[in-house]
Design a protein around this ligand. Structure first.
Ligand SMILES: Nc1ncnc2c1ncn2[C@@H]1O[C@H](COP(=O)(O)OP(=O)(O)OP(=O)(O)O)[C@@H](O)[C@H]1O
Length: 478
């Protein structure tokens, strides 16, 4: 008994009905050649695409001219099947299947694609989930873009002194120039605020502003943080590409804070990005091109770092295209009153506390102090006064009571005099404690910066804090 004739019949019927089914279920059928040019396309598909020309004219044209988001080229280039994919055409999402077509000898000669939706009922739950995810993704992307916009504009930079007016003039010019900007100045003088302001006043204002504090990221993580990591670059690396800050800032501005702390090996890579606008992610040899503006800042003496060979001279010249130096607060005492008023308004607004004002005597005390931590320290002192009293009029005494004792011009002398009847070791410990707490106060608790102010390493600061019983989260309140 031979079953073979039946088999053949079955196979012939199967092929025939498969095509019949496909023709019935498909809203779109397309065949492209090896170069992704349309060899055949169904009328229903053209109708669905809203194609108004003569169907004959579609033949021979690159597929993307007729279906802009088509993936058929990918199939002919990769030779891979795409069994199930979703594609948006006008308002609808349709299910598509794409298969490579091969000659008898296996040579790839083109691809065939089917688009279905009228039989896709069973896929509806999947599709609605997909659409929901798609909407969430769009929303998250919008929020992220909003978040990455510059938070501050140049108008938030308070100060009418000649030096601040000059800073703002230079910043406005730099905003229009699109060149690399180098912001110099002591800690807390407003370099980050100015970087936001330059971005916000530049033609890149609607693109992202991405900031990186070079000193705050451990050296071994900095390269991947800046340039991204290729999938599987090292054990434990993500399976997907992780983008670095350079890619996230593409189109916008990358703010490299504390650039003086950039490790030497990475300086070479940064120089190349500045020169050629291209780099490779960690563990990848694929060149990534970016179009962005770099604003760098440092409170360190870059000239001295170059002399000590800790900073590459060629990188320094590349960064120093438009240098802007922010003057320390003690050199623009006339700005102190208006900056303090603005800070008090902000504090009242954010804490819903009553607004406070400063007497002339209070302003005189503020103007008399030398502000090693600049505007950041001024903010900390005003926050401390606000926490200490409910009075709405702040006097000279209020201010004196909030200024760091060991750091005031007369402070250290008083402390030492007090120590006359105590063991020297206690006096020294107290002085050391006061200096550390004072530095933490001026830097808003940022230890890397406090260590810099004190002229010691971050590790020694941690060690001294532990020895003296200063808590990790100290922001300067003794
Ligand atoms: N001219 C100004 N007007 C109002 N607020 C200011 C001004 N300058 C600085 N500030 C405020 O002072 C604080 C410190 O400023 P910012 O962080 O920009 O300083 P920085 O120079 O970048 O400091 P660092 O070198 O320590 O990173 C911020 O809260 C900032 O908003």
């Amino acid at each position: 008994m031979s079953l073979e004739p039946n088999f053949e019949h079955l196979r012939a019927r199967a092929v025939e009905s498969l095509f019949q089914h496909l023709a019935d279920a498909c809203v779109g059928l397309i065949v492209v050649d090896r170069d992704a040019r349309i060899a055949w396309i169904g009328d229903r598909y053209l109708e669905l695409l809203g194609y108004s020309g003569n169907p004959e004219d579609a033949l021979g044209r690159p597929v993307e001219e007729v279906i802009p988001n088509s993936q058929m080229r990918h199939v002919v280039e990769s030779g891979q099947t795409m069994l199930l994919d979703l594609m948006d055409i006008k308002e609808r999402t349709i299910v598509v299947t794409r298969l490579p077509l091969r000659d008898e000898d296996g040579t790839l000669i083109g691809a065939i694609g089917f688009a279905l939706f009228d039989r896709a009922d069973r896929l509806r739950p999947l599709m609605s989930k997909y659409q929901k995810l798609q909407e969430e993704l769009t929303r998250a992307r919008q929020e992220l873009a909003q978040e990455r916009r510059a938070k501050y504009s140049l108008s938030q930079m308070i100060g009418n002194s000649d030096s601040m007016r000059e800073v703002k003039r230079l910043a406005r010019r730099a905003a229009q120039l699109d060149s690399t900007v180098l912001l110099l100045g002591e800690t807390g003088t407003g370099k980050e605020l100015l970087a936001h302001g330059i971005h916000a006043a530049s033609p890149r204002a609607n693109a992202p502003f991405v900031g990186v504090n070079v000193a705050a990221i451990p050296e071994n993580l900095l390269e991947s943080e800046l340039f991204g990591v290729a999938p599987g670059a090292y054990t434990g690396a993500d399976r997907k590409m992780r983008e670095g800050k350079f890619q996230l800032a593409d189109g916008g501005t990358l703010f490299l804070d504390e650039i003086g702390d950039m490790p030497l090996p990475l300086q070479a890579k940064l120089l190349r990005v500045l020169q050629e606008r291209e780099f490779e992610a960690v563990g990848s040899n694929k060149v990534v091109r970016v179009d962005l503006r770099v604003i760098a800042a440092t409170s360190r003496d870059l000239d001295a770092l170059v002399r000590e060979r800790q900073f590459r001279a060629d990188l320094y010249y590349r960064l120093n295209v438009v240098p802007i130096t922010l003057p320390p607060l003690r050199d623009r005492t006339e700005d102190i009153g208006s900056i303090a008023d603005r800070i008090l308004d902000e504090l009242a607004f954010t804490t819903a506390a009553p607004s406070r004002e400063l007497t002339a005597g209070a302003i005189a005390v503020l103007e008399d102090y030398d502000w090693p931590g600049n505007v950041r320290e001024l903010r900390n002192v005003l926050e401390r006064v606000s926490a200490m009293t409910d009075d709405t009029v702040l006097t000279a005494d209020h201010i004196r009571g909030a200024l760091p004792r060991a750091a005031g011009p007369a402070g250290s002398g008083e402390r030492l005099a007090e120590g006359g009847d105590r063991p020297l070791s206690d006096v020294l410990k107290d002085t050391e404690r006061a200096a550390i707490v004072g530095a933490l106060s001026r830097t808003g608790g940022v230890k890397a910066k406090a260590a810099k102010l004190l002229g010691i390493s971050r590790a020694s600061l941690y060690e001294r804090m532990q020895a003296l019983g200063i808590k990790e989260d100290t922001q300067g309140t003794v």
